[in-house]
Design a protein around this ligand. Structure first.
Ligand code: BTN
Length: 254
């Protein structure tokens, strides 16, 4: 149920209007249901909890109360769902750092602190007729007790509540996050994509690390050496062969 509407008139596009719900199945799916030409670009759906939160690769995203769950509607000129998904990791990490967690972006877009995931992003490209939309879903473990997450994710997850003594309200976190996202999207619209990817490459803590990447074609182990112009992770294996990985699950090896 919708429980409120928040305006952010100081923003250029993203987060000028926020619809606040108490519970939905998935904010990404709610956005898809509402999609139409009249739905304003930059609209944010924010829920206090989700009963069927979705993660990447068809996984579930545990969404207990206390966490921050939102989706942003974008209509980029190019079908850039994947690249925007990568770039979205930057404002998320900026917000986490602002509130005291020195997280980094693990390729493609996980926010990670001390090898534990604190936020995830699911960016989906959706056509309705000829109109292309991108729905960027962001889940942040803000005021989540890690013990309330499924047992298999507990050891690999953390939350703002666990890492920072000071209480940070979700409204406050969302406000800062949307300011950062609005800035990023405006830069994306006005900057050649290779420069945006260069910025992402600088923020991505995977580049330079030894990694194992699970891909649909099998595992690749080697050093992450670059981000391609398509946003793929370039991994040089131990024979020196380079692999461009478009989709996969990365493990940083110490
Ligand atoms: C991942 O790391 O696997 C991506 C997680 C994305 C979770 C968010 S929560 C808000 C939005 N709605 C969803 O159903 N998923 C995204």
């Amino acid at each position: 149920m919708k429980i409120g509407e928040v305006e952010g008139p100081h923003r250029k596009l993203v987060g000028r209007t926020i619809w606040h719900y108490d519970a939905v199945e998935s904010t990404n799916d709610s956005m898809k249901e509402l999609l139409g030409p009249d739905l304003p670009e930059g609209l944010v759906l924010w829920a206090d909890r989700q009963s069927a939160g979705k993660g990447r690769h068809g996984r579930a995203w545990a969404s207990p109360p206390g966490g921050l769950y939102l989706s942003i509607l974008l209509r980029p000129k190019e079908p850039h769902a994947q690249i925007i998904g990568l770039l979205a990791g930057m404002p998320v990490v900026k917000a986490l750092r602002h509130f005291g967690v020195f997280a980094g972006v693990k390729w493609p877009n996980d926010a990670v602190f001390q090898n534990r995931k604190i936020a995830g992003i699911l960016s989906e490209g959706v056509y309705r007729g000829d109109a292309y939309h991108v729905i960027v879903g962001i889940g942040v473990n803000t005021n989540v007790d890690v013990e309330r997450l499924p047992p298999d994710v507990q050891a690999k997850a953390t939350s703002l509540k666990r890492e920072v003594r000071l209480f940070v309200a979700n409204e406050e976190f969302l406000d800062y996050l949307l300011d950062q996202f609005d800035d990023l999207y405006s830069r994306y619209r006005n900057t050649p994509i290779n420069l945006m990817l260069k910025e992402y490459r600088g923020a991505c803590t995977t580049v330079g690390k030894r990694v194992t990447v699970g891909t649909p074609k099998g595992k690749v182990t080697g050093r992450a050496v670059d981000i391609s112009l398509q946003g793929a992770l370039v991994v040089a294996d131990d024979e020196g062969t380079k692999h461009e990985i478009v989709d996969g699950t990365v493990e940083h090896i110490k």
